[in-house]
Design a protein around this ligand. Sequence first.
Ligand code: NAD
Ligand code: UGA
Length: 333
Amino acid sequence: MSTTHFIERAVVTGAAGFIGSHVAEALLQRGATVLGVDRRSPRDNALAAENLDGVMGHPGFRLVQGDLVTDELKPWVDGADTVFHLAAIPGVRPSWGDSFGEYLACNVLATQRLMDACLSSGVRRLVLASSSSVYGDAVDRGPLHEEGVTAPLSPYGVTKLAAERLALAYALTPASPTSVVALRYFTVYGPRQRPDMAIGRMLRGILTGEPLRLYGDGRQRRDFTFVTDAVAANLAAATAEVTAEAVNVGGGNSVSVLDVLNLIADITGAAVPVHSDAHQPGDVQVTEADLTKARELLGYEPSVSLNEGIERQWKWLSTRSGERRRGSTAVTA
Ligand code: NAD
Ligand code: UGA
């Protein structure tokens, strides 16, 4: 193995998604070759095309359109030293009811199949996208640390905890060639954020006049994490000296949705149009990360403040094609 790049051949599952596309980009910038795997392709999906715009055509990047639930996975991971597993069905609130089968397949079964393939191909490290949702609610619990109780309050959170435990169980089998770091991200935002998420919806509301549906009273708090910090955690997790660990990745502050609305008004000079809506089942009141373990194991330190991160997302959104400013009159229900 060359000593120039410790990560030489990477696989990024979910590469056409929000965080996965940023991870792929960062790996290519560091000289790794990247095989992206995703069900979506730029050929048939506009979001995938936009997310992958910075990497398609790069000589070190190749995308395979495939499904981790049904396709044979070993050919994709053969020869890779590191797998970044970001593919999943991600939303908390839509995970109730009939959609759960899809969550179960794409989050749990896909992870089990991928771990089987990684072990049989001798992949050295798998970095898994886990989630703050594995904890449940942090209200009255203080910052959440990795050895604390995991009690997810949404079907999505249950699948993320199952996926994380599965990957760690595979890593802990005797003589497993594959070690695992499960990164528990806390509400990630930034350019290319998924369209269903809060900060993107708020900023788009200013551009289009479409009101944000504000779930509950807005006093719920999130430890919002800028996407480049999540990427830095991925790169550090790929080479950290560990066998099987779950590690928090937070932004460093737990901030209410109302405070984010005020911050956005300061940054953009316009009020986000808002419609009040009911609290949504599965939405926790508070997330707040204890970053001690991330600092110790990964040398992780969040480096982008919420103010700067929102400014960067706003700049990206304002300049991308397709968004039109249609006024920003505040609307309240
Ligand atoms: P995203 O939806 O933008 O990306 C996920 C990608 O996975 C999509 O492109 C999708 O097509 C792909 N995918 C889903 N099922 C697949 C399958 N069976 N086979 C192949 N590809 C499949 O989501 P994101 O926000 O980038 O989240 C990435 C990961 O991080 C997910 O695992 C999510 O649970 C986790 N996570 C995200 C956040 C956040 O705030 N965005 C927070 C915590 C955890
Ligand atoms: C986010 C991701 O979507 C999940 O994939 C991830 O697992 C989770 O973070 C995590 O940290 O583990 P969420 O915190 O719900 O989930 O992120 P947003 O969709 O940005 O919502 C943040 C807050 O804004 C929530 O309280 C939500 O109720 C509220 N919100 C969101 C609204 O009031 N209106 C909206 O239209 C969207």
